[in-house]
Design a protein around this ligand. Sequence first.
Ligand code: HEC
Length: 120
Amino acid sequence: MKRYIKVLAFLFMIGLVACEYDYIAEDVIIPQPDPDDPISFSEQVEPIFQSKCIGCHDSRPPILTTGDAYDNLKNGNYINTENPADSEIYKRSTDGHGTNMSSSERLLLLTWITEGAKDN
Ligand code: HEC
């Protein structure tokens, strides 16, 4: 009987650790738009594409080179302002298919989309 309890306790601990791990691994990003200080696409978002994405996306869709990125994202339906976190450009920014964005870069991107994805 004692042994049975020990095994149960052990399993319970594993469960706790697993839950905690899930919790930490989950990367929840909550944008906090500031109407007085909106994110600038050309000054803050485009430079991220420049450093992390155009190694490949200078020649394959979406083309993210400076000056072209905005139109290509809009016209190619990579942005969903109704549900920003569902935007293809956001979802693909850290799925490991290329160079992942850092969480602060993702926050910038998501905040910009939440603010209406303006060409600013
Ligand atoms: C090492 C090369 C490489 C890098 C770097 C890269 N990508 Fe990609 N990307 C690809 C390839 C190849 C595909 C097509 C295959 C696929 O969908 O995974 C693709 C597809 C995509 C798509 C889907 C295109 C479509 O029309 O379905 C998006 C969006 C995207 N990448 C965004 C990004 C972003 C944002 C970055 C930078 C954070 C990035 N990629 C960095 C190679 C790369």
